[in-house]
Design a protein around this ligand. Structure first.
Ligand code: SAM
Length: 229
C-alpha cells in the first residue's frame, strides 16, 4: 500500500516553480494586452528583494507574504487594469500587484503620506523592474484620491483604518467601475477601527461583500460593485 505524503505549502510552491507564476518570464516584446513594456526581470533578484522586504515587513506594516500573493491572485483573476492602492509603505504589496499587472497590461497608482516610505517604495519598485507599471504619489490620500480621474477596477485600502468611509465616498460611485472590487485589509484584527466602513459596505445595496483570510489570522473585506444596481 502506498502511503500518501502531505505536501507542505513551501514544497508545493517550490515544485510549482515559484509563487503564483511570479518567476515566469515576461512575454517576449513586453507586457500582455498592450500595456507599457515590462522592465528587466531577474527572478533571483526579485525573490531576494521580496525576502528582504518581508524581513523588515513588521517595521513597515506591510501585508504578510500570503496576503501579497492573494492580492496578486485577485488582480490577475479580475483582469484588473486600473488599480489604486491607498497606503504604499515601502512598496511590498505594490510589487505583488505590479507583477500581476504585467500580465493584465494594467497600471497601479499608489499613495503614501510619509516621504521616507514613499522614497523607499520608489527604490524598491524600480529594483523590481516595475517603474513603468507603478505610479507612486506622496501625499495625504484624503486629498489625493479626489484628484485622480479613475475609474478604478481594483482598489486596495491599506492606510488609516478610520478613514475608510471617507475613501469610499471619494471613490463611489464615479471612481469605482461597475464590476470593480474594493479590498480593505485588516478587516478582522482592526474591525473595531473600521466599524463604520464595514457596516456601510456590508449593507450597501450596490455591493456584495465577504470577509476572507489567507492567513487564518487577519484578512480582507472584499466588496464587489454589481454591474447593474
Ligand atoms: C499598513 S501600511 C501599508 C502597507 C503596504 N500596503 C504593504 O502591504 O506593503 C499603511 C501605510 O499607510 C500610510 N498612510 C496612513 N495614512 C495615510 C494617508 N492619509 N494617506 C496616505 N498614506 C497614509 C502610512 O504612512 C503607512 O505607510
Amino acid at each position: 500500500m502506498t502511503r500518501k505524503r502531505t505536501v507542505g505549502r513551501r514544497d508545493f510552491l517550490a515544485a510549482a516553480g515559484g509563487a503564483l507564476g511570479l518567476i515566469a518570464s515576461p512575454r517576449p516584446g513586453g507586457a500582455a494586452a498592450g500595456g507599457p513594456a515590462a522592465g528587466p526581470r531577474d527572478p533571483a533578484g526579485l525573490r531576494r528583494l521580496l525576502e528582504e522586504l518581508e524581513a523588515v515587513g513588521p517595521r513597515f506594516w506591510s501585508v504578510p507574504r500570503q496576503d501579497g500573493e492573494f492580492l496578486h491572485f485577485l488582480v490577475k483573476a479580475t483582469r484588473a487594469r486600473n488599480v489604486l492602492e491607498i497606503g504604499t509603505s515601502h512598496g511590498y504589496s505594490a510589487i505583488w500587484m505590479g507583477l500581476a499587472l504585467e500580465e493584465t497590461g494594467g497600471r497601479l497608482t499608489t499613495i503614501e503620506i510619509d516621504r521616507t516610505r514613499h522614497d523607499l517604495a520608489l527604490k524598491h519598485v524600480t529594483e523590481a523592474g516595475l517603474s513603468q507599471r507603478v505610479a507612486l504619489i506622496t501625499g495625504d490620500a484624503h486629498a489625493e484620491v479626489p484628484k485622480l480621474p479613475g475609474p478604478f477596477d481594483f482598489v486596495f485600502l491599506d492606510a488609516d483604518k478610520d478613514g475608510q468611509v471617507d475613501y469610499f465616498r471619494a471613490l463611489y460611485p464615479r471612481k469605482l467601475a461597475p464590476g470593480g472590487l474594493l479590498a480593505a485589509h485588516n478587516a478582522i484584527r482592526q474591525a473595531g477601527a473600521m466599524r463604520d466602513y464595514l457596516e456601510l459596505i456590508r449593507t450597501h445595496p450596490d455591493f456584495d461583500t465577504v470577509t476572507v483570510s489567507a492567513t487564518m489570522d487577519d484578512g480582507f473585506c472584499l466588496s464587489y460593485r454589481r454591474r447593474s444596481p
